[in-house]
Design a protein around this ligand. Structure first.
Ligand code: NOJ
Length: 738
């Protein structure tokens, strides 16, 4: 539809019709199931409102969405189609690894492909918008939503934000892809203490320097929507923050797409204590330019009286309605309200061979080999007896919590993967131990007492499993333990203060370790766990996140050496939970700890823990060894750019891909600067014994930061360039910015 026509349409709507466009309700209002993605409250919304709302939350499936759309349009005076928005976070039917695993690929181009495929499946299933990517920077592993983020670094997160938006929205205006809604704007990942929904309070400098870039990258990549976050920033919940939404997002960044509140966030302005009732909450949110109210009665009931009383301008509301109509129009919904969704299309594009293949590739690249003592890995197929044990050994929960549209039955378990490499004589399996010692916390998520009692193993089974595992372990040459967090222990509202493996699994691991066999631990988790004890107890550690539909195959390929692991951490793994929040790009202090073995008192350190993480940002092993030499700068002085080069040599007989990382330190600034900041990275394929020279163009632009007077500038002076395989093991060279 032409713009003038769209404007005419807007003008022809009554106020209730206009306001309806700004309201989003869940499936239960449309005779569909409701996914429990937030607190359940009676909204007091009548059918008249439902018949006019603009969008639906988390209803997907071609059959269902078509049926709802048909029913809705029949009643609609102006035939304005409904928008179907859904949480499609890391795959629709083909599930990729959780985003923290995607971050560990350090491969934005691959992730762009994955999100393009996700969009194809989602579109077939009738979704028009996905609430992705989630690009919140996270530096505190206690936060359960670490799993949804690509990690702790602004440069890396921005690269993934751009890739995900580009992949999802490929060819969007010509009927391809689905619209992307970046979230949760802003700084949601900085909740104090890692406690879900908690306060965020930080300097504007840090906000701009570290937390905003990934959202900005998504906006620059053209994402159509932005979701507000639940947290406050500087005393104001974001959903009512003119500073963040209007001044920064709209005016500074020029974003004119749709801003949607997170689930119930408008009404929660009351609980925050910045509004006394729905009316005040509505006023705050609309004045901050929040366009859509997700799942509260605020806009539906309060916008019209506010307009009538002259408390908010009609233009303000019209602008929001127009944005929603424009999105519908840009998506072509007026021409085809289903946007090509059909059951035939679903059959064609769901979980195809190609998609499984891609999922396996992404999974393989996301796995991080954390430890490989005595070169325990890779194992040789059918040469030794391998015992696979643990609650994740033969478990289809590998897709994790937030794969709400995925199906467990599609998942290849680790055991299935192992069966490609080991015949029944060489593969021994038993579960060995339960997932959790106590499932009562699931009551918080609605499980009844009876349901909880059904979960897990009975005491008798526990005993039997343990003795079976110990018997089999004695017969085996190598024991592979697939352990990890229960899916419900991470994700939204999954904050924890103890981020070690569940106690029952730790005890089990201890008993296996006592047998002195070769041991490999596969860790399934939605966050960096504290693995400090495990490092001592086992030979190999493979961090597998929630690896997705093809997780079992990808892991088996790595364990048996078909694939050389290349994943690198995008979030530091703490040595102890007391170190959190933790991130490599910390500011310099006046009393730095210059040597880890420092014995004096008055330096910035813990008395009872090392300062360093257990595993650093950027870290990850492979089955090859790569040497870095000859770090060279094209000049010791920079005007606008410098060429940085380094030689990397694969000194092993196995092909590999090395992730070469470049960091910078600004030695002296008008304000304190971080000890290191990632500026660039490259993935370099290396054949056996091959050497390559890797080049980076470092620009003055990349040295900019928010200076003392908050200008975004690069200040002349001394800098250090670091290049290496991770943030810790680097070579360095100095230069001066003129
Ligand atoms: C709340 C979550 O914070 C957000 O990520 C999600 O998109 C919405 N619920 C909708 O389900």
């Amino acid at each position: 539809m032409e713009e003038t026509k769209l404007k005419e349409l807007l003008d022809s709507l009554s106020w209730p019709e206009k306001i309806g466009q700004l309201v989003q309700l869940s499936g239960d209002f449309f005779h569909a199931d409701q996914l429990a993605v937030g607190p359940q409250k009676k909204l007091g919304i009548d059918q008249k409102i439902v018949d006019q709302v603009g969008s639906v939350l988390n209803v997907t499936g071609a059959e269902k969405t078509r049926e709802i759309q048909d029913r809705y349009l029949k009643k609609s005076r102006h035939k304005i189609p409904l928008l179907f928005m859904a949480d499609i976070i890391y795959g629709y039917r083909t599930i990729f690894p959780i985003p923290l695993g995607l971050g560990a690929t350090w491969n934005p181009a691959l992730i762009e492909e994955a999100y393009e495929q996700t969009a194809e499946e989602s579109k077939a299933a009738g979704a028009h918008v996905t609430f992705a990517p989630m690009v919140d920077l996270v530096r505190d592993a206690r936060w359960g939503r670490s799993l949804e983020s690509t990690g702790e670094d602004p440069v890396l997160n921005s690269a993934f934000a751009k890739a995900m938006v580009t992949g999802l929205q490929k060819d969007l205006l010509n009927g391809g892809g689905i619209a992307s809604c970046v979230k949760h704007f802003a700084a949601y990942g900085a909740a104090e203490g890692g406690r879900e929904y908690n306060t965020v309070d930080m300097s504007e400098r840090r906000l701009r320097q570290d937390y905003l870039p990934s959202y900005k990258a998504a906006v620059d990549a053209g994402c159509q929507l932005v979701m507000t976050s639940f947290n406050t920033y500087d005393g104001m919940p974001v959903t009512g923050s003119k500073f963040l939404l209007e001044d920064i997002l709209r005016k500074e960044w020029g974003f004119d797409g749709v801003i949607i509140s997170d689930y119930a966030a408008i009404q929660e302005l009351i609980a925050h204590g910045v509004a006394t009732d729905d009316r005040e909450a509505t006023k705050l949110a609309i004045e901050a330019t929040t366009d859509i109210d997700m799942k509260t009665p605020c806009y539906a009931k309060e916008l019209e009286p506010l307009i009538e009383d002259g408390e908010i301008s009609t233009e303000l509301v019209d602008r929001s309605v127009y944005r929603v109509l424009k999105l519908k129009n840009d998506l072509g919904l007026f021409e085809d309200p289903y946007r090509g969704a059909s059951q035939e299309q679903e059959e064609c594009v769901f979980l195809t061979e190609e998609k499984r293949h891609l999922a396996k590739k992404v999974s393989s690249e996301s796995v991080v080999l954390l430890q490989n003592k005595r070169d325990v890995l890779p194992l040789t197929p059918n040469q030794e007896k391998v015992l696979l044990v643990g609650p994740y050994g033969d478990n289809q929960e590998l897709i994790g919590l937030w794969a709400v549209h995925g199906k467990r039955e599609d998942v290849v378990t680790i055991k299935k993967g192992f069966e490609h490499y080991l015949d029944s004589e060489h593969l021994l399996y038993t579960q060995g131990c339960d997932m959790l010692e106590d499932y009562t916390f699931l009551g918080e998520f609605g499980a009844t007492k009876d349901q909880i009692e059904q979960l897990g193993l009975t005491d008798a089974m526990k005993e039997q499993e343990l003795s079976q595992a110990l018997t089999l372990a004695k017969q085996a040459d190598t024991v592979v333990l697939a352990l990890g967090e229960h899916t419900m222990q991470s994700g939204e509202a999954g904050s924890r203060t103890d981020i070690t493996l569940p106690k029952i699994q730790q005890d089990f691991l201890q008993k296996i370790a006592e047998l002195n066999k070769k041991t490999v631990l596969i860790v399934i988790s939605g966050r960096p766990l504290v693995l400090t004890k495990e490092v001592e107890l086992v030979d190999g550690i493979v961090q597998a996140w929630f690896p997705g539909t093809e997780g079992g195959n990808a892991l088996a390929d790595i364990i048996f050496g078909q694939t050389n692991p290349t994943g690198r951490l995008s979030m530091s793994f703490p040595y102890s939970v007391g170190q959190l929040p933790m991130y490599y790009s910390e500011f310099k202090t006046g009393r730095p700890l210059t040597s880890p073995t420092h014995k004096g008192r008055f330096v910035s350190k813990y008395l009872d823990s090392q300062n360093d993480p257990l595993f650093s940002f950027g870290y990850g092993l492979s089955y090859s060894k790569v040497m870095y030499t000859d770090l060279t700068l094209s000049s010791e002085q920079m005007h606008e750019t410098l060429k940085v080069s380094v030689k990397v040599k694969n000194i092993s007989k196995r092909t590999t891909t090395e992730t070469v990382q470049l960091y910078v330190q600004d030695v002296t600034g008008s304000v304190v600067r971080p000890v290191k900041e990632l500026k660039a990275f490259q993935k370099v394929a290396l054949d056996a014994d091959e050497e390559k020279t890797v080049y980076f163009d470092l620009t003055k632009e990349e040295l900019k930061f928010y200076t003392k007077n908050m200008t975004f500038d690069a200040e002349p002076g001394a800098f250090i360039v670091f290049v290496g395989p991770n943030v810790k093991d680097t070579q360095e060279k100095s230069f001066t910015l003129l």
